[in-house]
Design a protein around this ligand. Sequence first.
Ligand SMILES: *[C@@H]1O[C@H](CO)[C@@H](O)[C@H](O)[C@H]1NC(C)=O
Ligand SMILES: *[C@@H]1O[C@H](CO)[C@@H](O)[C@H](O)[C@H]1NC(C)=O
Ligand SMILES: *[C@@H]1O[C@H](CO)[C@@H](O)[C@H](O)[C@H]1NC(C)=O
Length: 497
Amino acid sequence: MLSPPSRRLAPFKLDFIIVGGGQLFFFFFCPASVYIYLVPLAIAGLSTAIGLALSGHKVRVLERCSRLGQPACGIRVPPNVTKILVGWGLEEEIRKTASLVREGSHLWDFETGKLIGFLQWAEPVIQDSGAKFYMMRYDHLYQILYDAARRAGAEVIFNADVRLASPPVRGAHRPSVQLRDGTVLHADIIIGADGQHSTIRNSVQRKRVEPRATETIVLSGNVSMQRLSEDDRVDVTELSSSWSYWFGPGRACSGGSISSIYLEYAVHVYWDREDPDAPEGWIPNLPTKSLKLSDQALDNRLAGMLEKIDAVCWQRYLDWPNIENWSDESNRIVLVGESSRPLIPCSSQCGSLSVESAAVFSTLFSYVRGFDHIPLLVRAYETIRRDRADFLHRVELTHVTQTMFPPGPEQEARDHEMRKLLHAGQAKWDDDAYLGLWGQVCETWAYNAFDAADDWWVQWGILRERSLGIHDPSVESPFRPLEVGVSARIDVIHEFS
Ligand SMILES: *[C@@H]1O[C@H](CO)[C@@H](O)[C@H](O)[C@H]1NC(C)=O
Ligand SMILES: *[C@@H]1O[C@H](CO)[C@@H](O)[C@H](O)[C@H]1NC(C)=O
Ligand SMILES: *[C@@H]1O[C@H](CO)[C@@H](O)[C@H](O)[C@H]1NC(C)=O
């Protein structure tokens, strides 16, 4: 454990604008009267707002949409994310609405429904990772983050459609954003947390970044457990205790219970097929009837489940290249979350990527001592996060590819490994296959974003700060006295490590 980040005040207070929220093309199809579905990337902006506002910075979040999101899909909150939310004091609220992933993952054959494997959440993994694994409804997580950001003092402004961000220019030392209605707002730092199709990215990179299109689409939907239980092909008890995967040639599915109070089940299906005849986005307007499920070779459980969902939403599966620059030359316009490393849609890593980068960024800025300090901290953020974010993307791509192997040697090797796990069980924790697999999971779940930022500060930040001569009391904040001195903070870190 580390000292609660929520109790550290930055010695110097900055003014941040965070550009968050939805992707424009999702809104073209919405008549004004229809609720707008927020996309998961809004989480990066609100999380960054919480971290920064808790350190005493001034924070305004500009959201493009006109209101809080409606229920849409599920999001995984793995231990490395839970840890951050706990650090921000949100444990109680999460526990109230989220569904705890208890047992492990069933791995089924997409077509026959045969059990290929079962990944038990080995006790040591959960203990090592230091926090719980939850599934949540996306809109519940959004609401919790929104309330927390407001409580911490951040202002969230809806209907603010940002057209572009401009670096500081001579005469005006602050960067600015321009809204579509012409309003110009200035701040010390502009953060682009506006997702895959980021507008702010165009102010940071000269070249436009184009994703590679694939043949795959991703369908998402959810259904109440009550409705599911009406279908005798579906065993609700079996499904609700675990987070399940279905592996098949050119298609794969993952699903789990996402809410403790509404008892809902959410599924994402990766499917090699033509674009459906319905608008792409987060509004479930593709009737499942149009998928002609009865013509498909399909596990009975999946058939039962999908038939009970009236409509799903869908997205193209895009594979994005690395984003070369995460900040502009002035280091005053910075990207966080999926604007810096777009993932594949409905990635199981999207919560991790967004909340972790928010935690690293805001923890670093709890140390800021003056304007001169900004470039150092922005570059530190990029150093700490870049490899990790690329790694997350690669892991996810590999994972999805593996789940969709066509019949052949690769698929057989995969199933063989999975079967070994099925027979190993928890008692065989020493088994090589088990260790190999969980070794990686342990490492990723054990990741603590707060520590990653604090470690950098202890190892490099203080030295660099001295060499830059930044430790000048005249740059200290006029607003509030330094609450915890740097040396006191290091003691705290040592005490807990
Ligand atoms: C990234 O930044 C460097 C230095 O500012 C610049 O030379 C380069 O063109 C930028 N890359 C892109 C893709 O815009
Ligand atoms: C999920 O369920 C809610 C409530 O039943 C519904 O309003 C929403 O449209 C569903 N979302 C999707 C993506 O199917
Ligand atoms: C967070 O946990 C997830 C588990 O779903 C893992 O896959 C991911 O790599 C972890 N993220 C980081 C940055 O460690």
